[in-house]
Ligand binder design. Structure first.
Ligand SMILES: [Zn+2]
Length: 98
């Protein structure tokens, strides 16, 4: 998963033509290629950071526990979002606060 992200980040940074070809199929009407590339790079970078911090927590032995309440994050959630750092309830609380 991390390798995939690194690859797409490299593609997004280095090769605008590849980005244009990759996203031609689902071209957002109002976005310029540069905007779209920036948005994709942003998403990929954020996702990579989440994965990296999940790996760090794996090293520290705190992986799989909610950062906020310390309860074990359900396995089903970790399967869907391996980089999830909070249980569903705490994540929902954070998103409401924004
Ligand atoms: Zn929690």
């Amino acid at each position: 998963m991390l390798g995939d992200l690194e690859r797409s980040i490299a593609v997004l940074r280095g090769d605008p033509v590849a980005v244009r070809e990759r996203s031609a199929a689902d071209a957002g009407a109002d976005l310029t290629d540069a905007d779209r590339a920036r948005a994709m790079l942003d998403v990929a970078t954020r996702q990579r950071n989440a994965v990296l911090s999940a790996l760090k927590r794996l090293d520290e032995g705190s992986y799989g526990r909610c950062l906020d309440c310390g309860r074990t994050v359900p396995e089903g959630r970790l399967e869907a979002r391996p980089e999830a750092s909070r249980c569903v309830q705490c994540q929902a609380k954070r998103e409401r606060r924004r």
